[in-house]
Design a protein around this ligand. Structure first.
Ligand code: NAD
Length: 351
């Protein structure tokens, strides 16, 4: 073997979990660091590339790069979003692969599952926001939507609000609520779960933390259901009536400039002139670094919307990679053993 070999670690989702990287606290710390470093210009974050294959269903594959300058790591998330998958094939909507490369020599260091990382990123961002914006004594959480994001969000919220005791869940079909509860009660045994039998209002009324994570585009969440002092994490597209936005005492985003050009409720309100730039309280990083305060009293209704910042994914992926390697995981794969013309190519070149 020559020193011209290029090798990288391969980490499947199962290996990442076995290595102990399904760790919301670790992911939350990685996202916080990423947010602060991006604000400090220590992260390169070019535009994502989007390829849409079906305008109606929004089946797409996106390519999202980011570079962590201090860690000398450039990463890319290659992520598919195929909303019809659950109904068409009975399989998950999202699937992601992450490649991490060294910016010392440009070579890949890791190819890894990115679905776990990606879903933990969504939950971590919501959890960071909840930590600053949800009431300290929040005891109940209500979900509209019982899919992959909802499950992960519950873990994120529980990790920053360990006193959460009641989880109510409403989805399009009652059997989804049942399966959400069967899965989650094994992971969070100290929580009482309530299936709302598709009655969305029942999941929301009286909940200190509200989460919508649906695959539909409709104003499902109603302003009149919202409890005083609630914190709302909006995950999907158009999921709440405009009155919910208008009810908010504070609207906080992961990055408003990114959010406002998308298609979820806040972006729709912006495009229709219902809210203006000055109605946005701030970005979560400005609360994290103390530039502006988070929640200021127990009565505020606070609305949080994150649409995803790929440097947060790459920050988590790098933390997962390092931890997995320290634990002895990561199958080493060779991309090449030697350079092309160092090999014996006799009879192997086709002209
Ligand atoms: N903000 C982000 O950064 C981010 C990241 C990833 C995914 N997402 C979005 O999160 C959403 C959820 O993704 P997922 O992977 O959990 O999807 P999923 O298919 O696993 O779950 C979707 C849920 O929506 C529910 N739903 C659909 N229509 C409904 C209705 N009319 N009433 C009540 N519930 C309804 C379904 O019952 C299901 O429980 C998607 O819109 C996805 O694009 C956002």
């Amino acid at each position: 073997m020559s020193n011209k070999a290029i090798k990288f670690a391969y980490l499947s989702q199962e290996e990442l979990i076995e290595a102990g990287t399904f760790n919301l606290k670790m992911a939350i710390e990685a996202v916080k660091t990423g947010l602060l470093k991006f604000k400090d210009n220590r992260i390169l974050f070019p535009d994502k590339i989007v390829q849409i294959f079906n305008e109606e269903t929004q089946e797409r594959i996106n390519c999202l790069p980011a570079t962590l300058l201090d860690e000398r790591i450039c990463g890319v998330k290659w992520v598919s979003c195929f909303p019809p998958n659950p109904i068409r094939f009975g399989t998950q909507n999202l699937c992601a692969v992450i490649v991490l490369s060294s910016i010392v020599n440009g070579y890949p260091v890791c190819v890894m599952d990115g679905t776990l990382c990606s879903n933990m990123r969504v939950a971590s961002m919501g959890a960071i926001a909840a930590d600053k914006l949800a009431k300290k004594d929040s005891a109940s959480i209500g979900f509209i939507g019982a899919g992959e994001q909802a499950k992960m969000h519950l873990l994120g919220m529980k990790s920053v609000r360990p006193n959460l005791k009641i989880c109510r869940v409403a989805a399009k079909y009652a059997d989804e609520e049942k399966s959400f509860i069967e899965t989650m009660e094994k992971i969070i045994p100290d929580m009482d779960f309530v299936a709302c039998n598709t009655i969305l209002e029942d999941a929301i009324r009286d909940s200190d933390i509200i989460v919508t994570a649906t695959s539909t585009q409709a104003p499902l969440l109603k302003a009149e259901w919202i409890k005083k002092g609630a914190f709302y994490s909006h995950i999907g597209g158009w999921e709440d009536e405009y009155k919910v936005v208008q009810l908010a005492d504070k609207i906080v985003c992961d990055d408003w400039e990114t959010v406002k050009h998308r298609t979820q409720t806040l972006s729709r309100c912006y495009k229709e002139g219902i809210i203006k730039d000055e109605d946005i309280y701030g970005n979560i990083v400005d609360i994290l670094d103390g530039t502006i305060p988070g929640r200021e009293n127990d009565d505020e209704f606070i609305y949080f919307n994150a649409v995803g910042l790929a440097y947060a994914d790459i920050s988590i992926a790098y933390a997962m990679y390092k931890h997995a390697i320290e634990q002895g995981f990561g199958r080493e794969l060779a991309l090449q053993e030697t350079m092309i013309f160092d090999k014996d190519l006799t009879g192997k070149v086709v002209l």
